[in-house]
Design a protein around this ligand. Structure first.
Ligand SMILES: [Zn+2]
Length: 123
């Protein structure tokens, strides 16, 4: 008679924890810019632009607004924050006067790609 070689030890009972959430390596796929169609490598700095609120390079948005806005010297376009650009005139002591505000990003309905990013960076 042969020995019944049943292995009664519980093997593999320990869970192997994956450390994904400890050190998230977020790789954001580059999306094409709606202005120049080149991929945006820095999605975190992309601006939601146009009727579709697609991602665009910050510089491209600045360029588009400069073309679109009838600027009177010394007016220039600047980013005011929170998806808001403005036509400004620089004053002394690094102050500036806002002549017009240009809402570029819809603050109430952020596009899907932006929500995705926010989720990633909230961790
Ligand atoms: Zn671009």
């Amino acid at each position: 008679m042969r020995e019944n070689n049943t292995d009664r030890h519980h093997r593999g009972g320990r869970r192997r924890f994956r450390h994904d959430h400890d050190a998230p390596r977020v790789i954001i796929p580059a999306q094409p810019c709606v202005v120049c169609t080149q991929p945006i490598s820095e999605m975190a700095s992309a601006v939601a632009f146009g009727p579709d609120q697609g991602p665009a390079h910050f510089d491209c948005v600045l360029m588009e607004l400069t073309k679109r806005e009838p600027l009177v010297s010394p007016e220039k376009i600047a980013y005011l924050g929170s998806g808001l650009f403005g036509v400004i005139v620089e004053k002394e002591n690094s102050r500036f006067e806002i002549h017009r505000k240009i809402v570029v990003e819809d603050p109430i309905n952020p596009p899907a790609w932006r929500k995705e990013l926010r989720g990633l960076y909230k961790r």
